[in-house]
Design a protein around this ligand. Structure first.
Ligand SMILES: Nc1ncnc2c1ncn2[C@@H]1O[C@H](COP(=O)(O)OP(=O)(O)OP(=O)(O)O)[C@@H](O)[C@H]1O
Length: 303
């Protein structure tokens, strides 16, 4: 049985259908990312799965239970890492983790967790004296202390510097080895690409795509990019007509195209006939970010 099963989930607030008939499953041990623009319905969906919000209709099973009626037994099996947990500021890192651990029948060793989130140097520091990034790592350790079978991670690296983000990714990746299922929400496409086995994209309460990051890059309908160095003495206006848009910056030309093979052939035929080389020629598939922007209807907004 899957760790999470959602079937035709609906939740409205007044006239707003925040979640509008969403269905998906998450397998045991999978890292699953929920993506979507602000207001797409991610938080509503996740909070229904956590048992914090009710649904209007649809079926939800989390670790085989309905979160609404799961009760304490259910809560002990899930871990939740909030964006800013309101916890006791006067405790030290170690005290707080040890205290939290007593709430769970199953638990990870607090000292091992302190090592896992790289807070060994800060274990005797009071929570109120931690930096934002250190606090987020403590949040993660607190989410893990009950040895959850399923961990909910809400934007786990928001506010991290790039090095801390990469360390956090390595850490979250290691949860896979513990067999923990992870449901992640994030606005960082690179994060989803790096961590997630599968991603689901929500838009206005509906699921518009689901699959592995690579599947979404391929199926999302986003354009590929052909890039090359403009031959010496050639203006952009001299290039053959192509189905994709041509952008030039400095000596580099980029063609964003939905007809990569056709445009590539037109370009190379033109170059051979005119006796030009096409230095640094590359053809790149869309990134997950480009596929995402296409799927959410946001492509081209800021170009
Ligand atoms: N308690 C509430 N009362 C009324 N409307 C709500 C409430 N919570 C969410 N909404 C509305 O439901 C829709 C979905 O919101 P939700 O918070 O689930 O989106 P989200 O994808 O998590 O957004 P974000 O990325 O900004 O966190 C939005 O239109 C939002 O305004």
């Amino acid at each position: 049985m899957d760790a999470i099963t959602v079937t035709n989930l609906v939740r409205s607030y007044g006239t707003v259908r925040a979640v509008d008939g969403v269905s998906f499953t998450v397998g045991h041990g999978e890292i699953f990312a929920l993506l979507g623009p602000n207001g797409a319905g991610k938080t509503t969906t996740v909070e229904i799965l956590e048992g914090f919000r009710t649904r209007d209709s649809g079926e939800v099973r989390v670790l085989g239970q309905d979160p609404v009626t799961g009760g304490r037994g259910f809560r002990e099996r899930i871990g939740i890492v909030l964006q800013s947990a309101g916890f006791e500021e006067e405790f030290t890192v170690r005290e707080l983790l040890r205290l939290q651990a007593t709430l769970y029948p199953r638990r990870h060793d607090p000292d091992e967790l302190i090592g896992l989130v790289e807070l060994v140097d800060k274990r005797n520091t009071r929570v109120k004296a931690l930096s934002g990034g250190q606090r987020r790592r403590l949040d993660l350790a607190l989410g893990l202390v009950g040895a959850p079978e399923l961990l909910f991670l809400d934007e786990p690296t928001t506010g991290f510097d790039p090095a801390a983000r990469h360390r956090a990714w390595a850490l979250i990746g290691r949860l896979r080895d513990l067999g923990t299922t992870v449901l992640l929400t994030t606005h960082y496409l690179e994060e989803a690409q790096e961590l997630a086995d599968r991603v689901a994209v929500l838009r206005s309460g509906r699921l518009v795509a689901i699959g592995s990051p690579d599947e979404l890059r391929g199926d999302g309908g986003a354009p590929a990019t052909i890039s090359f160095t403009l031959p010496v003495g050639v203006d952009p206006g001299d290039l053959p007509s192509l189905s994709g848009e041509i952008h030039t910056g400095g000596h580099t030309a980029r063609v964003r195209t939905h007809a990569g093979v056709v445009d590539l052939q037109a370009l190379t035929s033109w170059a051979v006939e005119a006796g030009h080389g096409l230095d640094d020629l590359t053809v790149s598939p869309p990134t997950l970010e480009e596929a995402y922007l296409e799927l959410t209807g946001e492509a081209g907004h800021d170009r």
